[in-house]
Design a protein around this ligand. Sequence first.
Ligand SMILES: Cc1cc2nc3c(=O)[nH]c(=O)nc-3n(C[C@H](O)[C@H](O)[C@H](O)COP(=O)(O)O)c2cc1C
Length: 194
Amino acid sequence: MDVATAIRTRRSHKLFTGAVVPDRVLAELVELATWAPNHKFTEPWRFTVVPQRALPALVAAIGRALASRADIAPEKARAQTDKIAAILAGAGGAIAVRQALTGADLERQREDYAACACAIQNIQLAAWDRGIGSYWTTSDAFIGPALAEHWHRADDEIMVGVVVLGVAAAEQKAVRYKRPEELTVWLDVPEIGL
Ligand SMILES: Cc1cc2nc3c(=O)[nH]c(=O)nc-3n(C[C@H](O)[C@H](O)[C@H](O)COP(=O)(O)O)c2cc1C
């Protein structure tokens, strides 16, 4: 698949077939993530790989964390856990991306966060190129403080997101409300139409 096709056809998927994402593919996705642009060579990304066999333990940890939340009613916590369990039951693996806080200044952290987001995009596009769908979640149930230990997140790191991976079981519709020309200013008359 060429890059343009991968970019245009990648969609967020949550319905998966149950097929495993092999360890070697998970490792390759991490390796490809590390080629993302990053300012000052901070390489701020850190990864926690969840092979399919480790997904049940993740669901259990999420369930425990939600059940212990005083601000969520027990029925709501159970319903949310069940929903996540249903998604992960079909998934083939997952990769959490953590950001090392490499400097105290906010500008550095902002740039490092941007770099980690690029790393996640690398994972999603490279996965899609290998026939694997994915979605990026920043849901508190996945990345909230109660899961810090499960992810091996150090005190000087923040969670950027979790990429859930699997062979997609259904097509997803593309949603794009704005056209590129509505979003773009040219500093000259364009030679060609967008
Ligand atoms: C920072 C960020 C956080 C996201 N968090 C979630 C999430 O928590 N749950 C979810 O279902 N999708 C999440 N997404 C995926 C977006 O909802 C998805 O990319 C968007 O709907 C566009 O659909 P597409 O990826 O199929 O183009 C997130 C995307 C980004 C960039």
